[in-house]
Design a protein around this ligand. Structure first.
Ligand code: SF4
Ligand code: SF4
Length: 233
């Protein structure tokens, strides 16, 4: 059977096409203008620095001299994760798999074990996040019912091989440097700013402490009806 030949017509060189081209050229001119406005002063400042007439800085330019200087990122920045700990140092995580289930990149791997403290019931014997697959969406943080996983402002994630990109419990466990004034600091976490206690990470929320706050804001709260009184024997 002979191949079907499809003839494509070149776009007509009409008025609409010319207007379209004009818009493309206008966009390119604007982009080039921004480029020159940013790059030329840098070359001039560097030239002055080489000639001993300046320190190389460009006044008014939005430049951060990384890594010596760093931007102050938002409290909701989605950087490297941490697993929160209780006062006794154990992980808050109860290995419920909610974060693993919510993760769109399928990059969390959890294995559950029986916790020696009965009240905690379960804990993760394995908790791994493949940082090369993670898209930093924060869904795992949203999904966690125990406020056990937060994100930080740590964005320096570089690896020499795929294996070292898989962060296990030792890498993910919250460390003092994460909260140091000059450290990366906390980033995205559920309900940030909802209450001072939660903001400070002081309690393991069940959601109940938030109810008065939400009610005060006029949110409709679905409360479970109180259990019926026990029947007399
Ligand atoms: S931030 Fe998103 S992609 Fe990364 S581990 Fe959490 S849910 Fe998965
Ligand atoms: S959702 Fe929270 S408690 Fe559940 S497995 Fe993930 S980190 Fe642990």
């Amino acid at each position: 059977m002979p191949a079907k030949v499809v003839k494509l017509e070149a776009p007509a060189d009409n008025f609409a096409f010319r207007v379209y081209l004009v818009e493309v050229v206008k966009g390119m001119v604007r982009t080039l203008g921004h480029l020159l406005r940013n790059v030329v002063p840098i070359f001039v400042a560097e030239g002055k620095k080489l000639a001993g007439n300046g320190d190389g800085s460009v006044k008014g330019m939005p430049i951060v001299s990384f890594p010596e200087a760093r931007r102050d990122y938002s409290e909701r920045f989605r950087g490297r994760h941490i697993l929160k700990t209780r006062d006794d140092g154990s992980l808050k995580c109860v290995a419920c798999y909610m974060c693993q289930t919510a993760c769109p990149a399928d990059c969390i791997r959890i294995e559950a074990g029986e916790h020696p403290v009965l009240a905690y019931e379960k804990y993760p014997t394995v908790f791994e996040i493949d940082m090369l697959r993670c898209v930093m969406c924060g869904y795992c943080v949203d999904a966690c019912p125990k406020d056990a996983i937060w994100m930080t402002k740590d964005y320096e994630l570089a690896f020499f091989d795929r294996k070292s990109a898989i962060y296990g419990i030792p890498m993910l466990t919250e460390k003092p440097s994460d909260t140091a004034a000059d450290g990366p600091g906390y980033g995205y976490r559920p309900y940030y700013g909802e209450s001072p206690a939660r903001k400070a990470g002081e309690f393991e929320p069940s959601g109940l402490p938030l109810l008065p706050v939400l009610e005060a804001r006029g949110a409709a709260i679905n409360r479970m009806p109180p259990p019926p009184p026990p029947k007399p024997a």
